[in-house]
Design a protein around this ligand. Structure first.
Ligand code: F6R
Length: 610
């Protein structure tokens, strides 16, 4: 959600800013801009639309270069995407880029109007820029001005600021929005996320909340809220440049789906020891687990859908009640949290504002919190009582795929661990399940990847439809929620997920001749009932695509128009190839429609505003 980059060093900053913005474009892509300082003046170029339009405008403007600059790619919050609402926003003494939301921008505007300021844009960010400008003009002290402004501002922000009379220096600070700073051989950088700096360095500092960083050509100084210098911890990047590239695939999404077998192994292996689940966190000690009355899983979007899978498998294996909650609703509905409850927060980015707010609510209530996070050192990871990392590596496509698959895999492993501790399964059973997960999940995903052409053919049947349904029962109903989200977010086809038995209670009125209904049928005990649901759809003219194994299709005489054949593996693990198959289906529909698969309209990755 908005990408920030900044560079000061020996080289011209402009190409570095553009490259950095390219690497961050998944965070927002409705407009972009850069400001570069040279000889006590700042030049700014901004443009509505994708980065190539900005690059073109920079070329046309010409004469933009300088060793120090900041850049921004935007996901609009205040004000429509337009040249004038793009960042950086400038005041007389400075230019500023911002990721986040300033909630009290109207109050700030009132103060500024009183001081004689006028505004060009509709953005909260311009108000922040002018507030800092006002304080800067008083004392001519950048640290004082930023600190004073941050005391006034309510909301979330990561800020990068350059002053026109402070040579080759960027100032940065943040609250509830991510920002990293780093040194390279040729200069220093700030960025919203690691992919932007991967080409320059393997080390970075994650800027602490409320800390101000002064970034010079070869030096970074950190100041605390009192203005005293302070230290930050140098962290190592455990991703490589190739992982954050398309690797020959036409889209990041397809590449990331192909990463899944390896990502599953990288997620499961560190959490297994002697063939059994192994979680090196006291929260998952046998005694502790035995004390849990209830588990709450809190997350947003796809991560929340992984939580639904977690609920199904934990309740089945461990017989502990699990609530799944949407993070944006959770804290506002005053949830009932017991002292012996465990709250699991799931997040790929670890920066999702609603998930972070839910985590803070739980901590304030004194409830144990465990985070399942992909990005090492992110806010959710650092603030939870304990963290388990997934091994998906960088996920660049806005639509999450491999992160979901590995979240599900880790939740499966946790379910086995909890069931073992609660004496619901034997050590032998747990060992068998673990061994089969480690081998069969990656193999079964490879099997689905090899059926690319079959799935693309089926996808071509969906390209021209306006509505689609995903139905299933039990675990299949849980997966249908994510399958439906994937299709709608990248193909713009309206789609709904329904428990197969629920369709007849109203929604089936929408099924007419040719309406595509994707039926997920992997749960044998309820297969006959799913078949009844499919027959109801077929008798109303629906076009049925079924995802099942050939043996279930034959045994239960499942009616269908097209079939996605799943591999013949134990039912417990069938969700994994099924997940991959519906991700591929959504991918191909979007690609066949010629849409921008990796950057769907109105969206951005890592939602750092509430
Ligand atoms: C959809 C998608 C989103 C995210 C959600 C939570 O494809 O990616 O629904 O899952 O915004 O993001 P994280 O997992 O970063 O907290």
């Amino acid at each position: 959600m908005c990408g920030i980059i900044g560079y000061t060093g020996q080289n011209d900053s402009v190409p570095i800013l553009i490259e950095g913005l390219k690497a961050l474009e998944y965070r927002g892509y409705d407009s972009a801009g850069i400001s570069v300082s040279k000889d006590n003046s700042i030049k700014t170029v901004k443009s509505k639309g994708r980065l190539d339009r900005l690059a073109e405008k920079i070329k046309q403007t010409g004469n933009i270069f300088g060793n120090c600059g900041i850049g921004h790619t935007r996901w609009a919050t205040h004000g429509e995407p337009s040249d004038v609402n793009s960042h950086p926003h400038c005041a007389e003494t400075l230019a500023l880029v911002h990721n986040g939301i300033i909630e009290n921008y109207a109050e700030i505007e009132e103060v500024l109007v009183g001081a004689g300021y006028t505004f060009e844009s509709d953005t909260d960010t311009e108000r922040a820029a002018k507030l800092i400008d006002m304080f800067y003009k008083k004392e001519h002290d950048p640290l004082y001005a930023i600190r004073k402004a941050c005391r006034v501002i309510r909301g979330s922000y990561a800020l990068g600021i350059i002053f026109n009379d402070i040579k080759d220096t960027i100032f940065a600070t943040r609250k509830d929005s991510p920002l990293i700073v780093s040194k390279s051989d040729s200069g220093c950088l700030i960025a919203s996320d690691i992919p932007a700096i991967l080409g320059y360095t393997r080390e970075y500092y994650r800027l602490g909340e409320g800390i101000i960083a002064k970034i010079e050509k070869s030096d970074i100084t950190f100041y605390d809220e009192n203005g005293d210098t302070t230290e930050a911890t140098l962290e190592k990047i455990n991703w490589n440049v190739e992982q954050a590239q398309k690797g020959g695939f036409p889209h990041f999404m397809l590449k990331e789906i192909h990463d899944e077998p390896d990502a599953v192994r990288k997620t499961l292996s560190p959490h297994m020891k002697d063939g059994l689940p192994y979680f090196d966190v006291p929260l998952l000690d046998t005694e502790k687990i035995a004390s849990f009355d209830r588990i709450h899983i809190v997350a947003c979007g796809t991560a929340m859908h992984a939580g639904i899978i977690g609920k199904t498998v934990i309740e089945r294996l461990a017989r502990i009640p699990v609530n799944v909650e949407i993070a944006s609703e959770f804290r506002y509905r005053d949830p009932i949290l017991g002292k012996n409850d465990l709250v699991i927060l799931i997040s790929q980015s670890g920066e999702t504002a609603d998930t972070l707010a839910a985590l803070r609510h739980c901590k304030a209530e004194g409830v144990f919190t465990l985070a399942i996070v992909n990005v090492v050192g992110s806010s959710v990871a650092r603030e939870a009582d304990a963290v388990l990392y997934t091994g998906a590596g960088p996920e660049i496509a806005v639509a999450s795929t491999k992160a979901y698959t590995v979240q599900c895999a880790l939740l499966y492993l946790m379910a086995i661990r909890i069931a073992l501790a609660a004496n619901k399964i034997s050590t032998g059973e747990a060992a068998n399940l673990c061994a089969s997960m480690l081998k069969t999940i990656p193999e079964s995903i490879y099997d689905i990847l090899s059926k690319n052409d079959v799935i693309r053919n089926i996808a071509s049947r969906l390209v021209s439809c306006e509505h689609a349904f995903f139905i299933g029962r039990d675990m299949d109903a849980s997966i249908a929620t994510e399958a439906s989200l994937k299709l709608k977010e990248i193909s713009y086809i309206h789609s709904e997920a329904y428990a197969a038995g629920e369709l007849k209670h109203g929604t089936i009125s929408l099924v007419t001749d040719g309406t595509p209904v994707v039926a997920l049928a992997t749960v044998e005990k309820i297969c006959e009932k799913t078949v009844s649901g499919i027959r109801e759809v077929k008798s109303r003219g629906g076009y049925v695509i079924v995802a099942t194994t050939p043996s279930l299709a034959e045994k239960y005489n499942i009616p269908y128009d097209s079939i996605i054949p799943l591999p013949e593996i134990p039912e417990f693990l069938l969700p994994f190839p099924l997940i991959t198959s519906v991700q591929m289906l959504a991918y191909h529909v979007s690609a066949l429609k010629g849409l921008d698969v990796d950057k769907p309209r109105n969206l951005a990755k890592s939602v750092t505003v509430e």
